[in-house]
Design a protein around this ligand. Sequence first.
Ligand code: ADP
Length: 357
Amino acid sequence: MSKSTKYAKILRAVSHYLVFFALAAFVVTCCSMLFISVLSVTLDIELTHDNLNTAAKLTFINVVIISLIFTVADALRRRLTVDIPIRRIVDATEKMIQGDFSVRIKPIGRFATDDKFNDIVNCFNKMAEELSSVETLRTDFVANVSHEMKTPLAVMQNFGTLLQDPNLPDEKRIEYAKGITDASRRLADMMTNILKLNRLENQQIYPQAAEYDLGEQLCECLLQYENVWERSGIDIDTDIAENVTVKADAELLSLVWNNLFSNAFKFTPDGGKVTVTLSATEHHAVVKVTDTGCGMSPEVGAHIFEKFYQGDTSHSSQGNGLGLALVKRVVDITQGEIGVESAVGIGSTFTVKIKRA
Ligand code: ADP
């Protein structure tokens, strides 16, 4: 704080006390004069010059002493009930401005202040909590993105170096070029998912909802994986109820089915089975995607909808842990529900409920 600001502050405080002192003196003087005049009339005392002189001096000293006592008492009261709480709030706010989101203000003692300051303190603490969780999310997000980018970039760098060898046989050249293409595709997929997720996270309204047949959409999405299940000998079982319509954004919901199907095929070993069912309740369309894959433990299950979380590291190169975060966000936007039941070594069932049209 600069010297001039400090002086201005002291001057303001002194002038505040002087004003209070003058006000108290005025009130006490008025009271004393009223008292003396009423006393003189009631007791029929004649106010001579002499006794007026003595009374005036005594009254003046009394007025000064009483006003001083009032001023000191008011200063103490202000310090306890206003200055100290405000100082605490200002200190905490300054720390937060400097980026310390862990700061919290202790509740202010009830005897010292009214509850209004504690209302401010509660709001401040809530705001600090929110900001610190946003900050953690942001730093985690940046750390995760950087980590996820490093692997494909290292792969590309490595293959790029190997490709510089002029005596490289053709088949190696093709293999390394394919490695670079795969790594760059992974990177591009991750960026696309991050952008989609970012767009969805900032979007609260339900976009372009239209009524359509959910069964047809499920079949179309599933058919895109035909060569995957044929290649790996995965058995497909479907039980799709007819004429189940939903009012939703078809493009967004196709993200959900594509992610669930691709996970089911990814985590199911060759020769396994993937089942897709669609049924309808009075208010909901219920889609179940079941696989006989590796399944997951309850600990893994508790985190699968978090960004960048990968429970099964053996398939980590085939994804980036953003798929189910996207799925969850879309289901939330469509005001639906998603749940998972799974057992390690037996398989998983993802159930999605969407409001019917
Ligand atoms: P990724 O694209 O990396 O698989 P997801 O967000 O789609 O990321 O999935 C997150 C994690 O959830 C996976 O790493 C895996 O542990 C688990 N998971 C998702 N679907 C299945 C499934 N069908 N069977 C077993 N585990 C699954």
